[in-house]
Ligand binder design. Structure first.
Ligand code: 13P
Length: 303
């Protein structure tokens, strides 16, 4: 029996210069093939669900995801993470985030994320601190976000090159330092050029723009912030940028669109075919795009 927490696994990945991929589950039948892909590639990864995935897709809810996880988990290669519970959601509505995050801690998720990135810095600090206090009392690490990783909102994105060149919305290093100190958050999701794949019904099948990452900004952040950093919007980023980011402090990469779209393309035909597509896409992400095959040897030690 391994007694390491998600906090230990993340620190180990961070210190080894590798990363833990997190795969989103917007449809419950996707979970089994993702677990199988992680097992087959010997990659240590997270199964994740974010609030939009039970509100707008078909993952049903925090409890249902937990139950499916118990059924299909691999105790060596996988852990369960509650991704994006926003304080204000992508449609601008306030969320009872403490209730959702509290339920995940109570059930036994291994880590959770509060997303206060649509708030002012002060409000984001206050909301994140409240979640950290609650989760740490239960021994569960917390991820939070500072800066704007766009894409979940309804409308189209501004032209990507403009967005990247201007650095608009990128995480500010001094703010990050203050944020981490005052909240006690375990991992920080940073905005350095990535964008989320669209999730609105009208745009969710669109091909994602090939994002780039500012390694300079990552270095500036890591110089001040002594916690592992997280990269959201992990699908379709230029490969050289992703590999470089892992060497510069990114210890967790969230991947949603790259496995959701292949599943959705076949789910009308049959669940089995869609599951095969999700499996193939997960193997491809681990092996080809992130080069994280066999990472379990670096991250999971003992028991
Ligand atoms: P993509 O869907 O762009 O891979 O982003 C996933 C994500 O960041 C979930 O938190």
């Amino acid at each position: 029996m391994n007694t390491c927490t998600m906090s230990d696994f993340m620190r180990r990945a961070w210190q080894a210069g590798t990363a833990i991929p997190g795969f989103n589950v917007p449809y419950l039948p996707m979970m089994a093939p993702i677990v199988q892909a992680l097992r087959d590639t010997r990659c240590f990864g997270l199964i994740m669900v974010a609030r939009p995935e039970w509100m707008k897709f078909q993952s049903k809810g925090i409890r249902e995801v937990y139950e499916e996880y118990q059924r299909v988990k691999d105790t060596r290669c996988t852990r369960l993470h509650l991704d994006h519970v926003p304080v204000i959601d992508e449609d601008g509505l306030r969320v009872d985030y403490m209730a959702d995050l509290g339920l995940a801690v109570e059930l036994g998720y291994h880590s959770i994320m509060v997303d206060g990135s649509r708030l002012s810095l002060e409000e984001n600090i206050a909301a994140t601190k409240k979640v950290v206090d609650m989760a740490h009392a239960g021994g569960i690490p917390v991820e939070a976000e500072l800066g704007a990783v766009m894409g979940h909102e309804e409308g189209p994105l501004p032209p990507y090159d403009e967005l990247f060149e201007s650095g608009k919305g990128f995480t500010d290093p001094q703010e990050a330092l203050r944020f981490v100190r005052e909240t006690g958050v375990d991992w920080l999701s940073v905005a350095v050029g990535s964008v989320h794949g669209a999730i609105s019904a009208a745009r969710k099948s669109e091909k994602k723009v090939e994002a780039r990452l500012s390694i300079e900004r990552l270095d500036a952040l890591q110089a001040l912030v002594n916690v592992p950093m997280v990269l959201h919007g992990g699908s379709g980023i230029r490969k050289a940028c992703v590999l470089e980011a892992i060497r510069h402090g990114i210890a967790k990469i969230n991947v949603g669109t790259a496995i959701r779209q292949p599943y959705e393309a076949l789910m009308g035909e049959s669940v089995a075919k869609a599951q095969e597509a999700a499996y193939a896409a997960t193997v491809q992400a681990v092996r080809e795009e992130l080069e994280l095959e066999n990472s379990v040897d670096k991250i999971y030690v003992g028991g």
